[in-house]
Structure formats: structure tokens, C-alpha cells
Ligand binder design. Structure first.
Ligand code: SF4
Length: 438
């Protein structure tokens, strides 16, 4: 039988490490590991990566309502809670591909609704895609070719920390002078803009109108009025001229900072602006931000069940309804009677709900209250191997195990698999039970 590798089985310094802590999925980190297994990012990581890689792998207990219990007892209690639920849901889904796949398999067994913690931003893009289509590019294409960025949003450092290092102004680029790149930041911020960029202070709830006006200007038409969304028309004329003159322009946005009620309308307007600019030059759309492998969760759901997230699985054919199965709305409306929340990565804050809750979380995850069952799980990309999807949607990047699992934490996939085993003999979800007798 294979023995668990010790710290000496891992090299003390590692290069080209993939970071799992946001959708940029940077794959150039240098990481050192000390004799105690503590990790330290020594090159290329942002502040978030440096702090999350450095969290120690401490032993963590399972809990039932705040009482420490062995893993088996926690699994039994979680299985009982799920077995007796009439309207279960599985949310969070911040995990590696394998953890998400196991969560969806459990949802299928339970007839549960599935949704990701960051689905609101994700669905801005998906709904716009259904209406207008989208012209996008890979991070690599943008890094090597784009010479103009028009970026809508706020707090770029928080939502896409290494956007400028990795894509806008990388140290080297193949087909352009990285230093010659210019751009505009459109949004509520008022601090200094990065070199070569100009800040246009704007109300982001008006992003659809701003993008529509830019589309008109790029097409050679003149919109009415002298301001749109707080931006003077002469400034919009300059942005439109820059988009027309660029060899390869980019219209980007931080989805999480758009109007929550109309983010899809804004993304649709961005997509139309990109299409308009492509009539005379090259231009691509770039959705930025996202944590917890939200895009990966949506991909896994699509390739395993043929539907996006915000679906109910297992109770007959998968049923997708982006409004009816929005988990935040279901919780607010009291329509869930047991919630399993998966948060092996950052980016999936545990909801403050009174509903019975099973939480599978990385150690250190803040909790609004003691859940009915808490099972700590290992962190993908630090404590075990796996994969995550990058924000441009074209690459699933491999996560490496960087240290021995001294805390002995199970992976999310292993915990979810154990729950599935415990539920194997349970009655099928209602609609399947009915059809099984036909
Ligand atoms: S930008 Fe995101 S993926 Fe890159 S190092 Fe920072 S947290 Fe990790």
C-alpha cells in the first residue's frame, strides 16, 4: 500500500505553479515550502495569493452544531439530514473540477437544485450570450496582440488583481509593444489611472447606455445629448475613435460591479459594441473577475447534464431555470429545507440562513453561525491535485499538490463520494419514484 508522502517528498521550491484563487488562474507563480510544510509565494503572486498560499495546513475537526465529532459521525449526520429533505440544494460549488463533479452527482441522487456562489455575475454573461452572441479571445491573444483596452467596472485590483501584469502590460509581448498599450477605465473610481490609461468617471448603472452610445459613434452616427452616464460626449467620441484606430481593441468589464438588476443588459451592449468595432478593425470582449471556479462549475454541469447551473438535477430530466433556481432567491423565500454548501476555495461566503446547513469548507472559512454539520476539506492546488477553469473559458489548468497533507483533511470529492455512498439505498427523488413504477 502506498504511504502518504512526507514533506521531504516535495521539492522546497516550485515554479510555474497555478493559483486557484481567482479566475485569472495565473500559472507562473514561484512557491517555496519550508520544512514544516508552510508555503510562501516568492514570485509573481498578488497579495491574495501570497496570503492564501501561506495559510498553514492545521488539523481541523468536524462539528455537529458546534460539537467536535469524528468524520464518520459528521458524514452520518449529514446523510440523515439530506435523506429527510424534500427540497435540498447544493450551493457554493467553489472547488476543483473533481469536487464540483462529485457535488453534482450527489445533487442528481437527491433531486437537488445546484447553483454557484458567484452565479449572479456568471449569468450576466450567459444571458447576454443567449441574446447577442459574443466575440471573445484568449488571455494569450490579448496579452500578445491587444493595443487598446476599454474597461468598465471598479476595483480592478480586487476583482482581477494581476490583470495589468499578466494581460494589459506583461513584461514581454509577441506582436505588440507592451509599453505602447493605452486604454480607458470607465466607472466610479477617481484615483490615478495606470500609465497610458485615462479614467472616465461614470455611473455603471448607465453602462448599457454608454456602450450603446459608443456603438453609434464607432458606426459613424452621433447620439443625442451632450453626456451619457456622466461622461461628456466629446470624451465618448475619443474612446470611439480609439476603438476604430486600434489594431486590436478590447472591451472588458468586471461583471460583479455592474448593476445587479441589469448586468445582462450591460454585457449585451458590450457584446454589440465589440461586433460594431469588428466591422472596421479587430476587437474582442473580455469578462473579468470571478472566483471559486464558477466558470468551471458551469462547464461541468453543462457537459455532464446538458444544462447550465441554476438547475434541478435528478428529479426527471435536468430542469434549468435561471430565475426559479437562483439559490439566493430560493433561500430568501424559504424554499430550501436542507442546504449543502461547498467552499473548498475562496469566493463562496457561507450564506447566513437559518435553514439546516451542511458546510464543506477549507479551514479558516468564516461562518455566520455554527452549521448543523461542518466538515473541513483540503484546499485544491495546495493539499491535493486537481484542475480549474481559467476565466477566458478555453483552458482547464492542472493544480498540483504542493505539500503533504499533514492536517489529514479529505478532499471535497472524497467527502461528497462518501455521502453519496451513504445515500445509495435512499428512495429516489419524487418524480423519478413515480416514473419508476410505470
Ligand atoms: S490574480 Fe488571481 S490567480 Fe493570479 S495570483 Fe492573484 S489570486 Fe491568484
Amino acid at each position: 500500500m502506498d504511504s502518504e508522502p512526507g514533506e521531504t517528498d516535495f521539492p522546497p521550491s516550485m515554479g510555474d505553479v497555478v493559483c486557484p484563487f481567482c479566475a485569472m488562474a495565473c500559472d507562473d507563480l514561484a512557491v517555496m515550502r519550508d520544512r514544516g510544510g508552510r508555503l510562501r509565494v516568492t514570485d509573481n503572486g498578488c497579495a491574495r495569493a501570497r496570503s492564501l498560499f501561506a495559510l498553514p495546513a492545521l488539523p481541523a475537526h468536524c462539528f455537529i452544531k458546534g460539537r467536535a465529532v469524528p468524520l464518520d459521525e459528521a458524514l452520518d449526520a449529514a446523510a440523515a439530514l439530506l435523506r429527510n429533505a424534500a427540497s435540498p440544494a447544493i450551493g457554493g460549488l467553489a472547488a476543483d473540477t473533481e469536487g464540483i463533479s462529485a457535488a453534482l452527482a450527489l445533487a442528481e441522487r437527491l433531486g437537488a437544485v445546484v447553483d454557484h456562489a458567484a452565479s449572479d455575475s456568471l449569468f450576466h454573461g450567459l444571458r447576454a450570450l443567449q441574446v447577442s452572441g459574443a466575440m471573445t479571445a484568449t488571455f494569450g491573444e490579448l496579452r500578445n496582440r491587444a493595443d487598446l483596452f476599454v474597461l468598465f467596472g471598479a476595483e480592478f485590483d480586487r476583482h482581477a488583481p494581476r490583470l495589468f501584469d499578466r494581460i494589459v502590460r506583461p513584461p514581454t509581448a509577441l506582436f505588440r509593444e507592451a509599453a505602447a498599450v493605452r486604454g480607458f477605465l470607465v466607472g466610479p473610481g477617481d484615483g490615478p489611472a495606470p500609465e497610458g490609461f485615462e479614467r472616465l468617471t461614470a455611473d455603471l448603472t448607465q453602462a448599457p447606455a454608454i456602450a450603446a452610445a459608443l456603438s453609434q459613434l464607432v458606426a459613424g452616427e452621433r447620439p443625442r445629448g451632450d453626456r451619457v452616464g456622466g461622461i461628456a460626449m466629446e470624451d465618448l467620441v475619443r474612446v470611439a475613435a480609439a476603438l476604430r484606430e486600434a489594431r486590436f481593441g478590447v472591451v472588458g468589464w468586471i461583471a460583479a460591479t455592474l448593476d445587479p438588476a441589469a448586468g445582462d443588459v450591460a454585457v449585451e451592449a458590450f457584446n454589440r459594441l465589440v461586433v460594431t468595432a469588428n466591422a472596421s478593425t479587430r476587437c474582442a470582449g473580455l469578462a473579468l473577475g470571478g472566483k471559486g471556479n464558477a466558470l468551471g462549475a458551469n462547464y461541468v454541469c453543462a457537459w455532464q447534464y446538458g444544462v447550465p447551473l441554476r438547475s434541478r438535477l435528478g428529479a426527471g430530466p435536468p430542469e434549468h431555470d435561471p430565475l426559479r433556481y437562483r439559490l439566493k432567491s430560493l433561500l430568501a423565500g424559504g424554499e430550501v429545507d436542507a442546504l449543502l454548501w461547498l467552499s473548498a476555495l475562496n469566493g463562496a461566503e457561507v450564506p447566513d440562513t437559518r435553514k439546516p446547513m451542511i458546510v464543506l469548507a477549507r479551514p479558516g472559512q468564516p461562518l455566520p453561525r455554527d452549521p448543523e454539520v461542518l466538515i473541513p476539506v483540503a484546499v485544491p492546488g495546495l493539499d491535493h491535485a486537481g484542475s480549474i477553469h481559467r476565466g477566458d473559458g478555453v483552458a482547464a489548468l492542472p493544480l498540483r499538490r504542493l505539500r503533504s497533507n499533514t492536517s489529514g483533511l479529505p478532499t471535497a470529492a472524497a467527502v461528497l463520494g462518501a455521502l453519496l455512498d451513504r445515500l445509495a439505498g435512499s428512495p429516489l427523488p419524487a418524480p423519478l419514484r413515480e416514473t419508476a413504477h410505470v
